[in-house]
Ligand binder design. Structure first.
Ligand code: 1VU
Length: 315
């Protein structure tokens, strides 16, 4: 069975910066999105494509779980040229599609994948596994139109694996100003987290914290991560290597959360033997959905590489 997809941090690395591309290969991060879009100026697009083609030919770096490329949007007219440079690499795991406004943007990408790499993307679903597996798609939701179209976007491609919320473009679209409270994004973020869950997508990745330097920047980042986790996001975009550790820590089950979950799973095994579906722990009622949540925390911890057996031994 394929390993679950974990994207606690998705770090952008500008494709035009050889220095940052080299640096990225030494990092320990769930997903790197090598960028061809907004961090690359029009006069550097071609150079950036060549840089990424070269980088994706190199052996995989040990610390990176998933290598993605953020291509330019379909509406920009630049996406096809981006795809032609990077698609042939077996080391490309995912594509990030910016400004995904409707299902047709994902239809375009899906068609290109099927025509360019038919063995990796058979047009009729097949039970046999392909090696390398299909390239996964992650869509950036950046506009009011995209929010309105979430159900059809989520159903647009069998390769869609996650949604990302882009706060700055969304604020531009709605003529609103980002505030530290993030209240102005409540509806959009809830809609994205809910739609991704309803479509059973692996990841829902929250807005960028633009403050990246110093203790205050990291404190703001941690608060934003906790806020996003509380809304149903399971990862966050990062723009600087210093942000990765905080994102990956907060979007992993914490020590107390895992102890709580393991205690419930262990106690539930005993309750089930005794024929009790609802029971109490520390003065609180525990029933099927609470046990389900505890089991999900345990599974998530395992996927994050946490030693669950060590915690279980205590109980
Ligand atoms: O230690 P070294 O000198 O070798 O390296 C520097 C720097 O090159 C490196 N670094 C990075 N490496 C890989 N990926 C990165 N994203 C990255 N950022 C920095 O780390 C060392 C320390 O860097 P620094 O603190 O001196 O920072 P800089 O002034 O060099 O760079 C700061 C910015 C913000 C410009 C840089 O981090 C950056 O370009 N980040 C990515 C921005 C980006 O991709 N924006 C678009 C995506 S966000 C979006 O679209 C929202 C939806």
């Amino acid at each position: 069975m394929a390993a679950p997809i974990i994207r606690r941090a998705l770090l952008y690395v500008p494709g035009s910066s050889k220095k940052m591309l080299d640096k990225s290969r030494g990092l320990k991060v769930d997903t790197i999105a090598y960028d061809l879009e907004d961090s690359v100026t029009p006069n550097k697009k071609e150079e950036a494509r060549q840089n990424l083609r070269h980088l994706l030919q190199q052996p995989r770096a040990a610390g990176i779980r998933e290598q993605a490329v953020r291509v330019n949007s379909v509406e920009s007219g630049l996406a096809l040229a981006d795809l032609q440079e990077v698609l042939q690499s077996p080391n490309l795991d995912a594509l990030v599609l910016p400004k995904c406004n409707s299902a047709s943007d994902l239809h375009f990408l899906t068609d290109v994948l099927r025509q360019t790499l038919p063995a990796r993307h058979p047009s009729t679903p097949s039970s046999s596994t392909t090696d390398p597996p299909p390239i996964r798609l992650i869509a950036l939701i950046e506009s009011a139109k995209a929010i309105q179209n979430l159900p059809s976007i989520c159903a647009a491609s069998p390769y869609l694996s996650g949604l990302i919320f882009a706060a700055e473009d969304f604020a531009l679209d709605l003529s609103i100003t980002r505030t530290p409270s993030l209240h102005e994004f409540l509806y959009a973020r809830s809609a994205i987290a809910t739609a991704a869950r309803a479509a059973n997508l692996a990841s829902t990745i929250d807005l960028v914290c633009t403050a990246y330097s110093g203790a205050q920047g990291l404190k703001t980042l941690e608060e934003e991560c906790l806020n996003g986790k509380g809304m149903g996001f399971n990862g966050k975009q990062a723009i600087h290597p210093s942000q990765v550790e905080v994102c990956q820590r907060v979007f992993s089950p914490g020590e107390a959360e895992l102890e709580w979950a393991v205690r419930i799973v262990v106690a539930d095994e005993k309750a089930a033997e005794a024929g009790r579906g609802a029971w109490t722990l520390d003065g609180k009622m525990i029933d099927i959905p609470v046990v389900g949540k505890a089991k999900a925390v345990v599974e998530r911890a395992k996927s994050c590489g946490i030693d669950v057996d060590g915690v279980r031994e205590k109980w």
